[in-house]
Design a protein around this ligand. Structure first.
Ligand SMILES: [Ca+2]
Length: 209
């Protein structure tokens, strides 16, 4: 029997084939871990906020303890509702019917998180009336912060930039040298590119021409 497989079945972790073969090449599943709970152990474990900086290693990678856990940054924080200390400093969080504003991490607001730009770096999934889950597109995996997506590609990122007089390319795993792509420019700004099948076209504007 044939099945129609959705191209975006990976980020949603939906098994369309009965044998699960459509999910074999997908990134490792992250457990659902609503904020302010915290992922650890490469996205396989979710800790309640009370387990963060409680003096016990709840994660094998020990990312829930140490660093700034020994200080109490909540004294100086300006959270509108709740505050917890984490290994990276303070964390504001909200009552169940509210969520942290993407524009102001100290402020709790009411609308659904997915209604606001910046709640997730790629895909925002409405879990219910108040909860959301950040997901990533194919080729990316959700980081333990539950927000950012990181590329699964083994290729080095390639940065194209302008210093106004020249367009340059830089391999980010080797920032010691750059390539001069296009020279003899006068005031090149507003750089962009179109990538397709390993080739890319560069577009830019020159304010002097
Ligand atoms: Ca702990």
């Amino acid at each position: 029997m044939l099945y129609c497989i959705k191209l975006n079945s990976c980020p949603l972790f939906i098994t369309d084939c009965k044998d699960g073969s459509d999910e074999l090449d997908c990134p490792k599943k992250s457990v659902y871990c609503p904020f302010p709970s915290r992922l650890c152990d490469e996205g396989t474990k979710c800790l309640n906020v009370s387990q963060i900086c409680d003096g016990r290693n709840d994660c094998n990678d020990k990312s829930d303890e140490g660093k700034l856990c020994s200080v109490d940054p909540c004294i100086a924080a300006n959270c509108s509702h709740h505050c917890a200390k984490t290994p990276n400093g303070h964390m504001c969080y909200c009552p169940p019917n509210m969520f942290v504003s993407p524009k102001d991490s100290s402020l709790c607001i009411k609308d659904h998180p997915c209604e606001h730009f910046g709640t997730c770096s790629q895909i925002c999934l409405k879990v219910d009336q108040t909860q959301h889950q950040c997901l990533c597109r194919q080729g990316y995996a959700l980081k333990d912060d539950g927000f950012n997506c990181t590329s699964l590609s083994s290729e080095s990122p390639y940065l194209v930039f302008s210093n106004r007089h020249e367009l340059r390319g830089l391999q980010l795993n080797n920032t010691a040298s750059f390539n001069s792509l296009i020279s003899n420019l006068r005031n090149s700004i507003a750089l962009d590119f179109y990538y397709n099948n390993g080739k890319y076209d560069i577009f830019w504007s020159d304010g002097e021409k």
